[in-house]
Ligand binder design. Structure first.
Ligand SMILES: Cc1cc2nc3c(=O)[nH]c(=O)nc-3n(C[C@H](O)[C@H](O)[C@H](O)COP(=O)(O)O)c2cc1C
Length: 298
């Protein structure tokens, strides 16, 4: 590749980045990808944008897992396959588990980046084992620290004010993946052990919309944003206004993305409030509401 070609690629990529409103990947990384001409497929699930932001650092066209799940045939073959999704109490969202269980993946290098907000616990090991049980062998699994969107424990205004060193950690992970490093991330258990995590996971995996959510009817303007961002189509407009029911991902996309802050969380743990701050909501600054809708809409 001569200098002119290189500058052309940089220019196109910078223009695309500005138009898409996302943080630029390093030019070196882009040039490396194009030069190697490798086919990389990246799948993601997101509720508040962290995982989509990360997925975009690895691919210009990451594929949404809720959208891929609509396809009748899910067989994917590439030089590199990547997954990006959040950590839910040391496990991976149900919808990602379902995708990996149903689809077939063929690639000599498979990597996963798990976004988390506070303590990654043993999610890398959990995911490595789960994926293996479905025939998917990860070469690389690494968590990356970002804003914690878990409303029962965290105030989003406080979370957004913390510098979590995400860019630096992501740059390291991009390098690792580019170099096809083999690695499974280390656990960081804090006050948790596997028994407590199992209880939390069981609660998450059996959650229903009715048990999790409470509506403030005076705030709801039935814009149906909740319906558009829900990966399970749990919302509808009834004769009395907004209605919700069904198995819930516990992803909190509906609560965080509601423009009216009309949805809040009921308390699901004895002695704990439903939420730390019902007036504070989060979406990654480089991810739009339309991005979340396009990712999750059913
Ligand atoms: C149900 C639930 C459980 C979570 N559990 C954890 C956890 O155990 N440890 C942690 O550090 N973050 C946890 N989080 C925070 C998310 O993993 C984190 O904010 C993630 O980056 C959100 O990704 P998204 O913006 O792509 O949806 C949890 C979030 C939710 C909604």
């Amino acid at each position: 590749m001569d200098r002119r070609d290189a500058l052309k690629i940089m220019g196109v990529s910078l223009a695309a980045t500005v138009m898409a409103g996302i943080a630029p990947r390093t030019h070196a990384a882009i040039l490396k990808d194009r030069e190697s001409n490798k086919k990389r497929l990246v799948f993601y699930f997101t509720a508040t944008g962290n995982s989509l932001f990360v997925a975009r650092q690895f691919s210009d066209t990451p594929l949404s897992i809720p959208q891929e799940l609509k396809k009748s045939e899910m067989i994917y073959e590439a030089d590199e396959i990547g997954f990006v999704c959040p950590d839910y109490a040391g496990a991976i969202p149900k919808i990602v588990q379902e995708f990996v269980a149903k689809a077939t993946f063929k690639a000599p290098y498979i990597f996963t980046v798990i976004t988390y907000g506070n303590l990654c616990v043993n999610v890398a090991e959990w995911w490595d084992e789960y994926a293996k049980s479905k025939g998917v062998v990860n070469n690389y699994v690494e968590p990356v620290l970002m804003v914690d969107n878990y409303l029962p424990v965290f105030d989003m205004n406080q979370q957004m004010a913390i510098d979590k060193n995400t860019d630096e950690n992501l740059a390291r992970i991009l390098e690792d993946v580019g170099a096809h490093k083999n690695h499974i991330g280390q656990p960081e258990m804090g006050m948790f052990n596997k028994d407590i995590l199992k209880q939390m996971q069981d609660q998450h995996f059996s959650m229903t919309a009715e048990r999790l959510l409470e509506l403030k009817p005076d705030r709801c303007v039935t814009c149906m944003t909740c319906e558009k961002v829900c990966p399970h189509k749990n919302f509808s407009l009834g004769s009395e206004g907004l209605e919700f029911s069904g198995n819930c991902e516990y992803c909190l996309a509906c609560v965080h993305n509601c423009p009216q802050k009309a949805l809040t969380l009921k308390s699901n743990w004895p002695g704990m409030p439903g939420e730390r701050n019902p007036e504070a909501r989060y979406r990654h600054p480089d991810v739009s509401l339309n991005d979340i809708i396009r990712s999750n809409r059913q």
